[in-house]
Ligand binder design. Structure first.
Ligand SMILES: [Zn+2]
Length: 192
């Protein structure tokens, strides 16, 4: 998956050349990263657990996953994708092994870069992602969820009712985000 194969990428020069783009069944489709950023594209939707296999295979049960991706430029003029995701995950408490409801709210701005090397050599705190002409939306969303998830989920108090349970209603990504400054990511858990 390193280089784009030459199999059918020629047809994807416009936004809609390929009828499959943007309409992949049940998932978020694909975007042409730089093009999406340049044109200020926006894509929002919901993802079913079935489309988030890495999460479900890790034992998490995602619910009500909604995302919004916006293309644009950061203050330094770099093309970026802003990815906001909300929903909730049922995880397993690592202390009592009972279930744990974890409210998901994440909002990340990723700078689009042209080579993997640029990502590896970067020494600042900017989150980067390799730009390509067919970036899979569901995969990017899943990446953000995996990065946001607690490494060792635990109840605040096992056996009690006072879980780490946030509001589990439907909150729009941006309402939730307004209330919650971005944080908690970038510990350095993404060295690879
Ligand atoms: Zn517990």
């Amino acid at each position: 998956m390193s280089q784009q194969g030459s199999d059918h990428s020629e047809s994807v020069d416009g936004a809609t050349a390929d009828p499959a783009v943007g309409k992949t069944a049940g998932a978020g489709g694909q975007i042409d990263g730089l093009q999406f950023a340049r044109s200020g594209g926006v894509r929002a939707g919901a993802l079913a657990a079935a489309g988030l296999s890495r999460l479900t295979e890790s034992g998490a049960s995602p619910r009500n996953i909604e995302f919004r991706i916006e293309g644009g430029r950061d203050p330094s003029g770099f093309s970026v994708l802003r990815i906001a995701v909300t929903g909730s995950l049922t995880l397993t408490c690592q202390r009592c092994l009972d279930k744990l409801d974890w409210p998901l709210v994440t909002d990340t701005t990723l700078r689009l870069v042209k080579s993997q090397k640029e990502i590896e050599l970067a020494e600042d705190e900017v989150d980067r992602v390799l730009a390509s002409r067919s970036m899979d939306v569901a995969q990017m969303v899943e990446d953000e969820i995996l990065l946001a998830m607690p490494m060792v989920p635990r109840h605040e108090r096992c056996g009690g009712d006072a879980l780490m349970q946030g509001k589990s209603g439907a909150v729009s990504p941006f309402e939730a985000l307004a209330a919650l400054k971005r944080g908690s990511r970038g510990d350095n858990g993404n060295a690879h």
